[in-house]
Design a protein around this ligand. Structure first.
Ligand SMILES: Cc1cc2nc3c(=O)[nH]c(=O)nc-3n(C[C@H](O)[C@H](O)[C@H](O)COP(=O)(O)O)c2cc1C
Length: 139
C-alpha cells in the first residue's frame, strides 16, 4: 500500500509541493509515488491520496479536474489537496471540496496553498502533510 501524490503543474511549482509531500511520506516510513496527472494509473493499492493543481482562470487544471470527476466513491480514503497560485488560488479549495463529496477523509481542514514558488515554510508544511498521510496509511 502506498500514498499517491498526483499533481498537474505548468511551471513546476505545484510539482515541487508534490515532491515535498512524498518526501514527508517516505521520511515517515511509508511508500510514496509522485504522479503526473497525465499518467494517473488509478487508485489500486493506494492508502492515501494527495491531489494538487495550480489555479488557471480561477479553475483547477483540466487533467486533475478529469481525475476528480472520474473518481468513484472514496470510502474514507485519507486525502488532501494542495497547489500553487498567483492571486486567487481557487483550485486547492475546489479539489478539497470534490474529494470530500467523493467520500474521502481530509487529513487537513484547509488545503496547502503556495503563492508562486513554494517557500521553505510551505515545503515544510508539505512534508508534514506527507507524514500525516503516511500515519493514516499504517493504521
Ligand atoms: C493563463 C494563466 C491564468 C492564471 N490564472 C490564475 C487565477 O485565476 N488565479 C490564480 O491564483 N493564479 C492564476 N495563475 C497563476 C498560476 O496559478 C501561478 O503562476 C502558479 O504558481 C503556477 O503553478 P504551477 O507551476 O504549479 O502550474 C494563472 C497563470 C496563467 C499563466
Amino acid at each position: 500500500m502506498k500514498v499517491a501524490v498526483v499533481y498537474e503543474s505548468t511551471r513546476g511549482r505545484t510539482k515541487a509541493m508534490a515532491e515535498a509531500i512524498c518526501e514527508g511520506v517516505v521520511s515517515a516510513g511509508a511508500e510514496c509515488l509522485v504522479i503526473d496527472a497525465k499518467e494517473f494509473p488509478g487508485l489500486d493499492g493506494v492508502c492515501g491520496l494527495a491531489l494538487g493543481s495550480s489555479t488557471r482562470m480561477k479553475r483547477t487544471l483540466p487533467m486533475i479536474k478529469r481525475i476528480i470527476s472520474e473518481l468513484s466513491t472514496l470510502n474514507g480514503l485519507p486525502a488532501a489537496a494542495f497547489g500553487s497560485y498567483g492571486w486567487s488560488g481557487e483550485a486547492p479549495d475546489e479539489i478539497a471540496g470534490k474529494l470530500s463529496e467523493a467520500g474521502a477523509s481530509l487529513v487537513e481542514e484547509t488545503p496547502i496553498k503556495a503563492k508562486d514558488y513554494p517557500s521553505d515554510s510551505i515545503l515544510e508544511q508539505c512534508r508534514a502533510l506527507g507524514g500525516k498521510l503516511a500515519a493514516k496509511c499504517s493504521k
